[in-house]
Design a protein around this ligand. Sequence first.
Ligand code: PMT
Length: 403
Amino acid sequence: MSRPPNRRIVLGVAGGIAAYKAADLVRRLRDRDFEVRVVMTAGAREFVGPLTFQALSSNPVHCELLDEQAEAGMGHIELARWADLVLVAPATAHVMARLAHGLADDLLTTLCLATTAPLVVAPAMNQQMWQANATQANVLTLLDRGVQVLGPGEGDQACGEIGPGRMLEPEEIADRIEARFRGGALTGVDVVVTAGPTREALDPVRFLTNHSTGKMGYAVACAAAQAGARVSLVSGPTALPAPPDVDRVEVTSAEEMHAEVMARAARCDIFIAAAAVADYRPAGIAEQKIKKSDGPAALDLVRTPDIVAAVAAMDNGPFTVGFAAETQSVQTHARDKLERKGLDMIAANRVGLPDRGFASESNALSVLWRDGGCRELALAPKAELARDLIGLVAERYRAEHPA
Ligand code: PMT
C-alpha cells in the first residue's frame, strides 16, 4: 500500500535510558502511517542496538556523519531534505545543549542544522539536570526558535529520583505528532497581536512607560503562526527579534498602536491584546528638554485610546481577546474587565512576582470567556503557555464560527 506523502519523520535517538522507549515510539508512529528513519547518536547505541530500530522502522539506521557508505546512500543532507519533521526522542540535556548552540559534531546535530523541517524534542533526563539553569536556558532558546518541546513528564525516574524529566510515553508523543500533522488549529485565520510596552513622550529626552518586554505577546504571535494563522504583530519598543512567519509592525506610543491596530482590525478574525498600553499620556510634548526647578513638579496627563475596547466595539469585529495584569483578586478584576471592555475572552496574569508577569521567562494565566467559562493555565515557559492559550482561543473561536 502506498503511504500518504509528507509523513516522513527522522527520529533522532540520543543516549539516555529512555532510548528503549524510542523503539516503541517507532512502532506507534508507523501505526499512524508515518514513514520513519532512525538516526542514533553514539550514546544511544550504548543503550539499544541499531538492529532493533532497523527491524521496527523497516529502514536502515543512520549512525555516522563521516561514513563513505552512508554518504553514498542517504547522507546527512539527503536525510535533512527527506524529513517532513525531525523528532528527537529522547532528547538528553547534552543533545539539547548542542542543538541550542548550533553545534554540528555528529550526524543528528548536523542534520538538525541542515534541515528546514520543523524540529520537535522530547526531553528525558535526571530531574536536577532538567531544572539546572543551563538546561532551562537552552530550552528557552529552542522554544524561541520555534522548536516544539514535548514534556517532560514528572514522576519516578530510572535514577531513583522523583521529579520532572521523564520522557513522555510513546503513545502521547505519537498522538501529539499526529495532531501536528493534521493541520494547525488556526489555518487560514488572520490574527493581529499587540505586544510590548508603549512610550509616551514628555519631552525630547523623557517618556512614560512600563516594565513590559514583549516576551508574552511575541510568544503568542509565534504560537498563532505555528497554529497556521497569518499573523500581524503590532509591537511597542522591545529588544526582541521578529518571530518567524510573523509580519511585525513597530510602533512607539499608544496612539500609534491604536492607529495600526484599527487599520487591520476590520480584516482580521482574531485580535489578541497582550501589550501593556499606557492608560495616560502627557497632555503635550515639550519641544525642548524640561528644565528641573526646585520644588515638586506636576504632570498634566490625558487618557490614551483603549485599543482593545475599540476593537471589541466594532460591528462585525474580530473575536477579541484581552489580557489583564493584576496584583490581586485576579479572576474578579479580569471578569470585570472582560465585561466592561466587551471582550470575548481575557487572559489574566499576576504581576509583581519574579516568576510571572512582566519580564519573566515564565507565566501563568487564568483564562475567562464570555459565557462564564474559565481555564487555569499553570506556570510554564511563556512559549509553552502561549501555545496552550492559542489552543484555547482556537477552540472558543471555532465554537462561535463553525466552519
Ligand atoms: O511583555 P512581558 O514582559 O512578557 O509581560 C507580559 C505582560 C505582563 C505585559 C502581559 O502578560 C500582560 O498582562 N499584558 C497586558 C498588560 C495590561 O496593560 O493590562 P491591563 O489590565 O492594564 O489592560 C487590559 C487590556 O486592555 C490589555 O489587553 C491591554 O492590552 C488593553 N489596553 C489597555 C490600555 C489601553 N489604552 N489600550 C488597551 O488596549
